[in-house]
Design a protein around this ligand. Structure first.
Ligand code: COA
Length: 232
């Protein structure tokens, strides 16, 4: 079983190398190290439902507009996500799926939900991966994918891994391609909760696949998020 807090496989230590800390001015270095202390990963619990649903809804509002209907995104998206996460986490079947959270100083920075043995050809499904805007481009998405892949590998070493990504979501596609994923299929997107009116028109989704989950299970170290000032 994966121990999700402070395991060597998930990486240990702070977000900066000693050299990076030395080149930052002392005050800035102090502020940035405090602000970017390495997030901790752990499995989700039922009490996490409201926070996960809030982050999930915020991320959909920001990134899925154009594919999901405005009326849904500006209306019921958060209660709909709360309902879905309650269903997933009230009595989680640890042999079937895992939800891994990334937290920092008590705040939820991101999460990934992976369903094992989902597809006979492509293996486990990363059903959701979302990082809060403030934490994006810091390596956290990479670390969450690695943790999901590690959980898959521990359960079934031969398993592959795949995700569906909306065709309009080119930034997430860039992330999957950077992680070595290959686009293998295009298909009509599924409506959230199976309610067709929640889609804006008829968007498509793309399947990105990794033949071996193991290839993803090596996390890159965290870096300062893009946009943070770094003195040189
Ligand atoms: C997609 C997502 C999970 C990636 O997480 P992240 O923490 O930002 O990604 P990382 O910092 O680990 O990025 C690793 C690499 O992926 C690529 N990448 C990630 N985000 C990118 C972007 N917005 N544009 C271009 N490339 C990007 C880059 O190559 C990056 O390496 P670099 O920063 O050294 O250039 C995150 O951006 C997110 O939550 N997006 C909104 C929700 C979403 O679309 N989820 C996917 C649903 S299918």
């Amino acid at each position: 079983m994966v121990e999700l807090v402070d395991t060597p496989a998930l990486g240990a230590g702070g977000p900066f190398t000693p050299l990076e800390v030395r080149v930052l001015s002392p005050a800035l270095a102090c502020a940035q190290v405090i602000a970017t202390t390495r997030p901790q990963l752990r499995l989700a619990r039922p009490a996490d439902v409201p926070r996960i649903a809030r982050l999930h809804a915020e991320s959909w509002r920001r990134h899925y507009r154009g594919a999901y209907a405005d009326a849904f995104l500006d209306g019921d998206v958060e209660p709909e996500r709360r309902h879905e996460w309650s269903r997933r986490l009230q009595e989680p079947d640890r042999g079937r799926a895992a939800t891994i959270l990334a937290e920092q100083g008590g705040s939820l920075l991101g999460f990934v939900h992976v369903i094992f043995d989902d597809d006979p050809t492509w293996g486990a499904l990363v059903d959701n991966i979302h990082v809060a805007v403030a934490g994006q481009r810091s390596g956290l998405g990479t670390r969450l994918m690695a943790a999901a892949a590690e959980a898959v590998f521990e359960r079934e070493p031969e398993s592959g891994l795949y995700v569906w990504v909306l065709e309009q979501n080119t930034l997430a596609q860039a992330f999957y391609e950077a992680r070595g994923g290959r686009c293998v299929e295009r298909a009509p997107a599924a409506a959230p909760g199976g309610v067709a009116e929640r889609l804006a028109g008829a968007p498509f989704k793309l399947r990105y696949a990794w033949p071996e989950a193991e290839a993803l299970a090596t996390a890159a170290p965290l870096r300062p998020p893009h946009g943070l000032p770094v003195s040189r």
